[in-house]
Ligand binder design. Structure first.
Ligand code: NAG
Ligand code: NAG
Ligand code: NAG
Ligand code: NAG
Ligand code: NAG
Ligand code: NAG
Length: 468
């Protein structure tokens, strides 16, 4: 029997072979419950889904507000790495002189914020072996370029909309010194609060002045600051007016190692607009028809058309694949979710199809309870296993045929595997749908070259070994 600590190993080929064990774990950290880490990731993926689904920030729409950048480089790069808290970390440098801080790379939200000041407080932040006292902070006092965003600064509207209340300010003179109101943001299980700063964002060959960044004073359950790459005006891609950005998320076996890949930010001052990156399959992004819910406008909706398990098409009703006129339903891609989430009716269809096609193997219901994942199977036996493929097909025919390790994981031992897709077991109280029905998480994007082509409003992808 395996040592009594959590480990998770991965099948690396889509085929019928049983691979040798190559357990990995944070060996300096041995939770007594070997399934705890997985269960926490499953729970946080579900909590994250709830947050994305029920967020209804209805701020009146923002004007396109300009920010200038002293461009010289076309593509700037930032290092991305896998973290045991379930996400990917990107390092960014702010301030004068610059301070480099790790952020959670998040395409499902838009504000960029850092833990701020030496008094930063983070409660419930000791998960995944994190020591909250060692979370990197930005210290505005040490930067000569930090400015508090004023209430009448048009950039205050990024978060608060054009009708922001500026107490004691004369709207006619616009010389008021009142600060933009503090923000409070909820993410999945956590939250953060602080004030907006204007800072300089630095890359080796590019400086972005007057970048709006949140200086968070207090947070709950946040492993680091968050770099929002969503579609809101406050996001990094919006403020930098990126033409596209792309990445390759390394396998989760490299959690907390120093292995990094590049997050490429294309400022576009050179490339051929409209050109496709060779080898990538593209599908257009989709707009959410409900423009009054700005939360929905932050997400990258995809045109998911079909889900296949093996050769069998899963009959997912269209309303789950595309958002309806009320804005609910549809599928989004979110780097801040670990495991892909599916609304219960969709998940059941997919899970049942796996169960049917894998009926040779015994179901491990206890393991499903322990991990929050499922279906789980005992695949021990003759030394070879057959697992059906999981395929997402998008508008335009682009097909994401997931590598096996992106949707099945060994859990606890080499005998057991679980589907790494989550759902919630609760039926919504209203019985209705709310928010995106399918959230494509980062676990499913491992070893893919993924491109957000903002200029042409499309999503490109191709399998790729991120570490050659
Ligand atoms: C985190 O801290 C809280 C309160 O100090 C404690 O109850 C909890 O057990 C700690 N969790 C971990 C994973 O260390
Ligand atoms: C703002 O401008 C008005 C008119 O120019 C002036 O009377 C007022 O004192 C100024 N307020 C501040 C806070 O500078
Ligand atoms: C990464 O870590 C490994 C092992 O700890 C070390 O040998 C290697 O030099 C490190 N690489 C970098 C780029 O720091
Ligand atoms: C758009 O979303 C908001 C908030 O979720 C909701 O109140 C409103 O009814 C929706 N609009 C339509 C047309 O359904
Ligand atoms: C899986 O099944 C085999 C054969 O039935 C059994 O020997 C083994 O204990 C099972 N493994 C687990 C982890 O339940
Ligand atoms: C399932 O069992 C049947 C009958 O025992 C066998 O013919 C088939 O090869 C098995 N399939 C797999 C995937 O092991």
């Amino acid at each position: 029997m395996a040592p009594l600590f959590f480990f998770l190993i991965f099948l690396s080929v889509v085929s019928a072979v049983k691979l040798p064990l190559s357990p990995f774990s944070n060996t300096d950290q041995k939770p007594t419950d070997p399934y705890l880490s997985l269960r926490l990731l499953a729970e946080s993926s579900i909590a994250r889904a709830h947050k994305l689904k029920h967020q209804t920030s209805i701020k009146p729409n923002e004007d396109a507000l300009s920010s200038s950048s002293s461009a010289s480089a076309t593509v700037v790069k930032s290092p991305l790495s896998a973290k045991s808290y379930g996400g990917y970390s990107v390092s960014l440098s702010f301030g004068t002189p610059s301070q480099t801080i790790p952020f959670v790379f998040d395409t499902g939200s838009s504000l960029v914020w850092f833990p701020c000041t030496s008094r930063y407080l983070c409660s419930d932040c000791n998960f995944s072996g994190l020591d909250p006292t060692r979370i990197s902070r930005f210290v505005p006092r040490d930067s000569s370029s930090s400015r508090v965003i004023g209430c009448q600064n048009p950039k205050c509207q990024f978060l608060f909309g054009p009708n922001v209340k500026c107490r004691g300010c004369d709207p006619n003179t616009r010389n008021c010194t009142v600060a933009c109101p503090p923000y409070i943001l909820q993410y999945g299980l956590g939250s953060t609060a602080g004030i907006l700063l204007s800072e300089q964002l630095d890359f080796p060959d590019l400086t972005v002045p007057d970048f709006v960044v949140g200086c968070s004073i207090i947070s709950t359950r946040q492993p680091a600051g968050i770099a929002g790459f969503g579609r809101g005006p406050e996001s990094l891609p919006s403020q930098m007016k990126l033409k596209r950005f792309s990445h390759c998320l390394v396998s989760r076996r490299f959690d907390d190692t120093n292995v990094t890949t590049d997050l490429d930010l294309d400022t576009g001052s050179g490339h051929n607009s409209g050109s496709k990156t060779s080898g990538l399959s593209y599908t257009p992004f989709r707009n959410n028809p409900n423009v009054s819910n700005t939360a929905f406008l932050e997400y990258y909706y995809l045109n998911l058309r079909q889900i296949f398990v093996g050769t069998k098409r899963v009959k997912v009703p269209y309303k789950f694949l595309a958002p309806g006129t009320d804005g609910n339903g549809g599928s989004i891609v979110d780097s801040g979710s670990t495991f892909t989430f599916m609304d219960q009716p969709v998940f059941e269809l997919v899970a049942e199809e796996f169960a049917t096609q894998m009926s040779n193997y015994s179901r491990e219901k206890d393991l499903e309870k322990l991990t929050g994942l499922g279906p789980c199977f005992n695949i021990s036996g003759d030394g070879s296993v057959t697992v059906p493929e999981l395929i997402f097909e998008f508008k335009g025919g682009a097909k994401m045929e997931l590598p096996l390790s992106n949707y099945f994981s060994f859990v606890g031992s080499a005998d057991n595997v679980c589907l790494t897709v989550v759902s919630d077991n609760t039926v919504s109280p209203t019985g209705g749908r709310s928010g995106p029905a399918i959230i494509l998480g980062s676990f499913q994007q491992q070893n893919y070259h993924v491109e957000y082509d903002l200029e042409n409003d499309r999503f490109g992808f191709a399998t790729k070994k991120c570490i050659p």
